[in-house]
Design a protein around this ligand. Structure first.
Ligand code: SAH
Length: 375
């Protein structure tokens, strides 16, 4: 396991010498007492999340170094720009910080900890974050991502600043309002940035249906690139309010937001579109739910394909970690067979480069998408 540098150690692989408190840093030693790795312990099937293949380091120096390394990578990828100040700084295992997500919205870092250890280290992590150019607010949004038994003890809130310093936010020049306090996840689905850009490039003059729109990310790119009409559909009223606000913010008039269940909306008979986007939430959060999730994806995709005008495009996504790229593609193929029209796969899509995949942790490759021409 350790030779493969996978960042997790399962409880069955450990020979614990004493009881360990949740969240503390531990060292992993072999039978010869040689330190192989160090990381956060938690009484869970994933018992240790490895932070370093070395003894427990000076923690502040460790976080400074990891955070700076992640920052330089984003800089080097040209993801930090005046016209694009929304980006992911830390993507858990992908940035060698399992259990930690940090998204940047202009001057604000929004943190979601998935492990107790990361939450205990948050004062150190905040300290590293505010060393970065332009970051002067840190918001902790971990109440919904920590293990359930620990959630009650924490509240979302500012660790640095109070939210009063607001800067305009842009993604590839498109303006967005992001409400990280009330919004889903850290407030915005940053992982879709490159895919939104592709959609924008193909949307000129099109009628576009953006299903599972959230705050209208894809919709705004379509409108910015001259789409004729764009409809955003989401079951969350708040999401649709934000989508409408984002359209106003950019001065786009051809937008309509509809609060509805996508499964029901797609049953409405008459509407057909040049482009249909479906970006549902993860239907399968566990392996047990995999079969049902595949059925739901198939049903949804077949319904969406039927809504595409001849020679129009379907942008379809899955962010379920337990459904891999191959299974996703098979599911789309069986939906196509049910619909029975000619179809061509044009692009296979993924998450943006600020959501890097640790090569030893392929599970980190969670976002899959296909662009299909439906004949
Ligand atoms: N494409 C979006 C992100 C989508 S996240 C972006 O680029 O920002 C998934 C969205 O699906 C959430 O906003 C959630 O509210 C919505 N949702 C979940 N189930 C739904 C359903 N059955 N019908 C409509 N919306 C749904």
């Amino acid at each position: 396991m350790l030779g493969m540098r996978h960042p997790w150690i399962f409880s069955g692989a450990l020979d614990l010498q004493e009881q360990i408190e949740d969240g503390v840093w531990v060292e992993v030693v072999n039978r010869q007492d040689i330190v192989l790795a160090s990381g956060h312990y938690q009484n869970h099937s994933i018992a240790i999340r490895i932070l370093d293949f070395a003894p427990v380091p000076d923690k502040q120096a460790f976080y400074n170094q990891r955070v700076e390394g992640a920052y330089h990578l984003r800089k080097r990828l040209n993801l930090i720009r005046n016209d694009s100040n929304i980006w992911r700084l830390i993507h858990g295992e992908g940035d060698q910080l399992p259990g930690l997500i940090v998204d940047i919205y202009g001057n604000t870092a929004v943190v979601q900890c998935h492990s107790i250890g990361m939450h205990r280290d948050l004062p150190l992590i905040s300290q590293s974050l505010i060393q970065l150019d332009g970051i002067n607010q840190v918001f902790d949004k971990s109440a919904e991502t920590l293990p359930t038994q620990y959630r009650q003890t924490v509240q979302n809130g500012y660790i640095v600043g109070d939210g009063s310093i607001k800067v305009p936010l842009f993604e590839n020049g498109v303006a967005f309002k992001v409400d990280w306090e009330q919004g889903q996840k850290t407030g915005f689905f940053i992982d879709q940035r490159d895919n939104r850009k592709l959609l924008g490039d193909l949307a000129h003059g099109c009628d576009v249906l953006n299903a599972f729109s959230y705050s209208g990310g894809f919709s705004m790119y379509a409108l910015a690139n001259g789409a004729r009409k764009v409809i955003s559909v989401d079951q969350s009223e708040k999401a649709i309010r934000w989508a409408n606000e984002n359209a106003l913010l950019n001065g786009f008039r051809a937008h309509q937001g509809i609060t509805a269940n996508v499964f029901e909306y797609l049953q409405e008979p008459d509407n057909h579109w040049d482009i249909v986007i479906i970006d549902p939430p993860a239907f399968a959060k566990s392996l047990q739910k995999k079969h049902n999730a595949v059925q739901a994806y198939k049903r949804l995709n077949a319904a969406a394909m039927r809504k595409v005008k001849p020679n129009g495009l379907l942008f379809t996504f899955s962010c379920s970690q337990v459904i891999d790229r191959e299974l996703f593609q098979h599911t789309i193929v069986s939906a196509a067979m049910e619909v029975g029209r000619p179809m061509q796969v044009l692009y296979a899509l993924s998450q943006g480069a600020d959501h890097p995949i640790n090569i030893y942790h392929p599970e980190g490759h969670y976002l899959k998408g296909l662009v299909v021409q439906v004949g």
